[in-house]
Ligand binder design. Structure first.
Ligand code: 5GP
Length: 186
């Protein structure tokens, strides 16, 4: 089977991280790309695991060297997908990128064979509740994320697949089916 590049997006708090991490734990033939960012690590985050934490100067230097498959700025910080990691890993495994809508559409432009999957909440109210329950962020950060919600959901038509995270196990199986090519494209 050819290895896939799957791009998973969805509003903050929708549970995409849990879906991707569970899938990766279960499957030795799938890995998650580690992005670079200039934001500060949150408590419990490690360099090279959740992200490669770079200074702005380091990020801009790599950008100049065209080291990113795509990059974007969120909340005043840069985020980018290192191209070398993705290309190298695709030789032996499937790769999942967990990135925002703008990044995902940029990846598709550059690599049309990439499969775009958007995770959506069963309801916006439910998502707001989940987001406000997070204790890692300030009220202002949460407000920023909520204001992106509408925009992100409005882009779902551009995705190959839309998965509703109504029940975690069900959503994971659906994403796994897409990865294995058993799901029908909409
Ligand atoms: P957070 O700071 O919560 O980890 O991520 C903030 C936003 O950056 C999220 O929407 C996340 O999906 C996005 N993001 C993370 N890595 C990348 C990346 O490599 N490229 C782009 N374009 N967005 C990313």
């Amino acid at each position: 089977m050819k290895h896939k590049l799957m791009v998973v997006s969805g509003p903050s708090g929708v549970g995409k991280g849990t879906i991707v991490k569970t899938l990766i734990k279960r499957r030795s033939d799938v890995v998650e790309s580690v992005s670079c960012t200039t934001r500060a690590p949150r408590e419990g985050e490690t360099h090279g695991k959740e992200y490669f934490f770079l200074t702005k100067a380091e990020f801009l230097e790599r950008l100049e060297k065209q080291d990113f498959l795509e990059y974007d700025e969120h909340f005043g910080n840069y985020y980018g997908t290192p191209i070398s990691f993705v290309e190298e890993t695709l030789k032996t495994k499937s790769v999942i990128l967990e990135i925002d809508v703008v990044g995902a559409l940029n990846v598709k432009k550059r690599l049309p064979e990439a499969v775009l999957v958007m995770i959506v909440p069963p309801s916006i109210e439910e998502l707001k509740r989940r987001l406000e329950g997070r204790e890692t962020e300030t009220a202002e950060q949460i407000q920023n994320r909520l204001s992106r919600l509408e925009y992100e959901l409005s882009q779902k038509e551009k995705y190959d697949f839309v998965v509703v995270n109504d029940e975690l196990e069900r959503a994971i199986s659906e994403v796994e089916g897409i990865l294995d090519g058993s799901a029908c494209k909409k």
